[in-house]
Design a protein around this ligand. Sequence first.
Ligand code: KG4
Length: 336
Amino acid sequence: MKILAIESSCDETAAAVVEDGRRVLSNVISSQVQEHKIYGGVVPEIASRRHAEAISGVVQKALADADTSLDELEAIAVTYAPGLIGALLVGVNYAKGLAYASGKPLVPVHHLRSHIAASYISHPDLKPPFFCLVVSGGNTMMVEVKTYTDFEVIGRTRDDAAGEALDKAARAMGLPYPGGLNLDKLCKDGDSTAYKFPTPKVEGSEFDFSFSGLKTSVINTIHNAKQKNGEINVPDLGASFMKAVSNCLCKSTEKAMLQKNYTTLVLAGGVSANSVLRKDMEELCKKHGFKLYLPELSLCGDNAVMVASQGYYEYLAGKRAGLELNAFAGLDIAEG
Ligand code: KG4
């Protein structure tokens, strides 16, 4: 069963054809990173315009690379939430047009559900139930994945997402966009014990995260040094900050998995590409005998392969949308 998927939630225009949710027939991504780099972050209006320019070519190439015609598709899946609203609308409207013209069913896919599905591609043996830490640019949450389409969030960030905190800290350190990725490269030469950061505490919910205090702390460290004409060792500061973020993610994951009796952990989202986090999670899983599934690096960021994979399971569960389908900037993963 072949599914064509379209993804345009942020700054990548992507399309892919995947068979039976797991076998990749094509994977096309047109990235806007170089264009947003000069502004130090994604400019939503520019992102929407570039999606509108790229989408036809990207979809055509995905079909051609898969040697598949529209007729051979079982369904068309599209990311409809959450994300930049103007960017999402480009993909949603294109998918609606294609579904209408071809008479194929339209399947709406939640962006974070699809990030989780990236690991179905990398690991054919992976099946729910499992525990998942979703760490992306806009979201950080711990999710119980009960079935392919049943999700329960047990903790989430109260303020910044981990990726957002990494991007802002990287910018304060003078690193170019995309900050998280450049911080990862820089950390390799740094001493992670050189700078001390507070351990964030969230009142009220034992599994919620908070990263804004850590972010403010790293920015204050840089400002204080500047005011006193002091020196900052950027690789050491980056490595120490990354370690503080990773420690926070690992501690909560460990506590939640033990309490909820999970033995399988999946990482999902752009920050799951981070080398420090991957290593720390490997150690954590080794310590407790947990099984760890990491998405392959090429599927950690936004892509349409993961949308097609999740779209397949949503399709099997009977999810369909009509031409009234709208895009949503925010939508809970459990409702998606
Ligand atoms: O999941 P994603 O591609 O987009 C969203 O759906 O939000 O995540 C993007 C985030 C950005 O904050 C980016 O800086 C971060 O993932 N990121 C990384 C790395 N690669 C991407 N953060 C740390 N280390 C990396 N290697």
